[in-house]
Design a protein around this ligand. Structure first.
Ligand code: PEP
Ligand code: MN
Length: 333
């Protein structure tokens, strides 16, 4: 079986929008990426949420990718969502295929693609499987298994879920299948070009195997995902970070990524709680009630201590944390 490049660096527009756009993106990347071995990507079929948005230009776009491949000596990649896409893409000489997050949500669609891959004479150099839109590590693992059973090299792509990174999902998949390369897709993970330079640091920090990044010659004019696409120039300035050796504390960094995401959720919940407390404060004032109702606090504390005893959290810890939250709530009332 062929070997995959290391690191695996995939760049190119979210969607192929015209022959000129595809060839311009490919030319700029080939001029600016130096010796970095880029796999050039562009979507021909776009599984968009709304039918009123740009859906991709279909099979015609594959011929532009094939032209870019010939002119600039890149392997090329496109998204497939049906067995027919697989046949058309492989017949057009596309090297790598990827399954998007929406396709990954359907095991039936993934199995149909695996069957088409197995039946097709030409084989891709690799098939990338994005995480499903719902944060389900088992479904992602099942998809990787289905595609691998077609005897093609598989690569996992972590793109997060609805702008939440879902590091714990990716960590579970990494631990379960350390033999499968995993890439980061910082474009869909962040949904924001300004956040991508920080996000790509995770490639080395978590010892990932590369990245798939959306790169458009003129992001502001893009017909899909305009805010998250980088210019070729901006992408190339990230290449040193993308080619950095893996951090020696990668295992610890995975846990830290999970903790940071949980802390974000915790503080966000706390902020929402404080805002409700402000509304309660206004209501109490209107009804001439004092801000502090000691019996209500005692009830909450008692119930939480009981819950804590079921989860191995000491009553002292419950009291300290709840008292701190309560005093800040009172202050804001
Ligand atoms: C894409 O890579 O262009 C794409 C549609 O990604 P996702 O499936 O992750 O949304
Ligand atoms: Mn996209």
């Amino acid at each position: 079986m062929n070997s995959l490049p290391s690191p695996i660096l995939i760049a190119g527009p979210c969607a192929a929008e015209s022959r000129e756009q595809v060839l311009t993106a490919a030319r700029l990347l080939s001029e600016q990426a130096g010796a970095a071995p880029i796999i050039f990507r562009a979507g021909a079929w776009k599984p968009r949420t709304s039918p009123r948005t740009f859906q991709g230009l279909g099979a015609e776009a594959l011929t532009w990718l094939a032209e870019a491949r010939l002119l600039y000596h890149f392997p090329v990649a496109t998204e497939v969502a049906t067995p027919e896409h697989v046949r058309l893409a492989l017949a057009a000489g596309i090297d790598y295929l990827w399954l998007g997050a929406r396709t990954s949500a359907s095991p039936i669609a993934v199995q149909a693609i695996a069957d088409a891959l197995r039946a097709n004479k030409q084989k891709p150099l690799g098939v990338l499987v994005k995480n499903p839109v719902n944060p389900d590590p088992e479904l992602w693992l099942g998809n990787l298994q289905r595609i691998a059973s077609a005897d093609v090299p598989v690569i996992a792509v972590h793109r997060g879920c609805s702008h939440r990174p879902c590091w714990s999902m990716a960590h579970k998949v990494r631990l379960a299948r350390p033999d499968i390369p995993m890439l980061l897709d910082p474009s869909h993970l962040t949904g924001d070009a300004a956040l991508i330079p920080k996000a790509v640091q995770k490639v080395a920090l978590l010892a990932l195997d590369g990245a798939m990044v959306e790169v458009h010659p003129c992001p502001a004019d893009a017909l899909s995902d305009a805010v998250q696409q980088l210019t070729p120039d901006a992408f190339c300035s990230l290449l040193p970070d993308l080619q950095r050796p893996a951090d020696e504390n990668a295992q610890l960094n995975w846990y830290r990524a999970e903790i940071d995401e949980l802390d974000d959720a915790l503080w966000d919940t706390l902020l929402q709680r404080l805002r409700v407390c402000e509304d309660i404060g206004t209501w109490k004032k209107q009804h001439h009630m004092p801000p502090l109702q000691p019996e209500r606090f005692e009830q909450i504390l008692h119930a939480r201590k009981e819950w804590g005893s079921q989860h191995g959290i000491s009553p002292e810890a419950i009291e300290t944390i709840l008292s701190a939250i309560h005093s800040e709530s009172l202050r804001r009332q």
